[in-house]
Design a protein around this ligand. Structure first.
Ligand code: 1HN
Length: 356
């Protein structure tokens, strides 16, 4: 992938090498020796295509549930680390992903951080997330936001484990050297943020094609923080019937901030797409690496030269600028997230239809 250089290294000589050594002692270096690697002609992602089978990860999560409590762990998460990026804790160069489990009866402590988080719910009967004083009950397929610097905690009053995919912009925040984090300043370590709003308030206030009079956004993230699967799924179904079907994406929609039309959070965008039974998508690539979670169905994606078979709840990753084409064996719904909003606002995002 993308090994082409726009600048070839000049010949070297004993005299040049001796000079480079003297430069090194002065903490300086010749640009012409590294230019091609520093500024590749095309993206050269360190991430590779990869897939995590949910059934395997679920058993490992249940094992973690016997080894450590959510309280002791702060968050009981299995990091999904890209096999081509060992030791980084990252799934791509710009986003982090993990699978989190909350067992029946558990709550997690309240904290906040500069990094923004999203959740895509995989298993939940009565699990909830509380963000900025409002709880939302999570159901499979719901897309939930934890925007930057908002206090949040989770709980599971139900009888079965709650599991979701976490996505965070950790590398972006750390790139800029802007990470802050703190626990809720309760008097006891177990003290959670108070619930100050009725469940469903954000949805009623901002998520019904209505807005409060003279509403002015007070933050960069969406005021809606749970985008329910039931509603998104219905929309996809209707849009499939209405057409047209995109040759690469099937029926693909992006989650939106209802107050601005922009992305739900400034650094991470998210998408939901329906691929009808037998769909064979055309090749496509974009500069935003994407993390996918299979909400429904089964199929196969060709990512560069790698073919990955996926089933419900599996997670897979498409690195930056890798051609990808999706095929669906049965009607499938794919959730995905990426750093597209950050790339777009910086004027860096590109996409194209390709042969794959
Ligand atoms: C975090 O706060 C959560 O609140 C999940 O559920 C995963 C990974 C790194 C840093 C903070 C959560 C996280 C995280």
């Amino acid at each position: 992938m993308g090994t082409s250089a726009f600048f070839a290294k000049p010949e070297t000589s004993a005299e040049r090498r001796e000079y480079y050594q003297r430069l090194e002692q002065k903490h300086a270096a010749p640009l012409w020796e590294v230019l091609g690697d520093l500024i590749p002609a095309q993206p050269r992602p360190t991430a590779g295509p990869a897939l995590w089978r949910y059934q395997e990860m679920r058993s490992l999560l249940l094992e973690a549930g016997r080894l450590i409590t959510a309280k002791e762990a702060e968050r009981r998460v299995l990091i999904l680390e890209n096999p081509s990026m060992p030791g980084t804790s990252l799934i791509t160069q710009s986003v982090y992903a993990g699978l989190q489990m909350v067992l029946p009866g558990e709550t997690t402590s309240t904290h906040r951080h500069a990094t923004s988080a999203l959740r895509f719910v995989i298993e939940s009967d009565q699990g909830y997330t509380a963000v900025d004083g409002e709880r939302t009950t999570m159901h499979p397929g719901d897309f939930v936001l934890t925007p930057s610097w908002m206090y949040h905690d989770h709980g599971n009053p139900g009888d079965t484990p709650v599991v979701w995919l976490d996505g965070l912009d950790i590398p972006i925040v750390n790139l800029f050297g802007t990470s802050f984090a703190e626990s809720y300043p309760g008097k006891t370590p177990d003290e959670l943020q108070p619930v100050t709003k009725q469940e469903g308030d954000a949805e009623a206030r901002y998520g019904q094609n209505l807005l409060p009079l003279e509403y002015k956004p007070s933050r960069l993230s969406s005021p809606v923080f749970n985008y329910s699967y039931a509603r998104s799924r219905d929309a996809l179904d209707q849009l499939y019937r209405n057409g047209p079907l995109h040759a690469c994406h099937g029926v693909k929609m992006q989650y939106a901030n209802p107050a601005t039309g922009g992305y739900p959070m400034p650094t991470i965008g998210a998408f939901l797409q329906l691929l009808p039974t037998g769909f064979r998508g055309a090749g496509y690539r974009s500069t935003d690496a994407a993390v996918y979670c299979v909400a429904e169905g089964a199929g196969r994606s060709k990512i560069g030269d790698t073919e990955l078979d996926w089933r419900k709840n599996d997670v897979f990753v498409v690195p930056s600028w890798y051609p990808v084409s999706h095929q669906a064996q049965e009607e499938s719904v794919l959730f995905s997230f990426s750093d597209r909003p950050a790339q777009k606002v910086l004027g860096l995002w590109r996409e194209e239809v390709v042969q794959n």
